[in-house]
Design a protein. Structure first.
Length: 103
């Protein structure tokens, strides 16, 4: 899959509380769908839907394994995008604009 993803959309996906909850489970290694369904109280279909953009660009890999699906996060790739200094510059710019608006 191409690396030509929309950086802002990926960041929005990754910081979404529903996605963050799933990624927190994947942080220490791959998990099967049965575990995630039980742990998170959502269906496999909902997990796939929430992770769709991250899966599309291989931030999360999904592999069919018999009667379950294995989900694995590429932590190196995730950390790289989350630690990018441009992300913080955008946040600072946004807060500066908000401050100017409020004052």
């Amino acid at each position: 899959m191409s690396n030509n993803f929309d950086r802002q959309k990926m960041l929005e996906t990754l910081v979404n509380p529903d996605v963050s909850m799933i990624l927190a489970e994947l942080e220490n290694g791959e998990k099967d769908s049965n575990y995630l369904v039980e742990k998170l109280g959502i269906t496999t279909k909902e997990i796939e839907e929430r992770l769709a953009y991250a899966i599309k660009y291989n931030f999360v890999v999904m592999v069919n394994h018999g009667d379950k699906i294995i989900f694995k996060a590429d932590m190196e790739k995730l950390n790289k995008i989350m630690e990018n200094e441009e992300n913080f510059a955008n946040i600072v710019d946004g807060l500066t604009e908000l401050d100017q608006f409020l004052n």
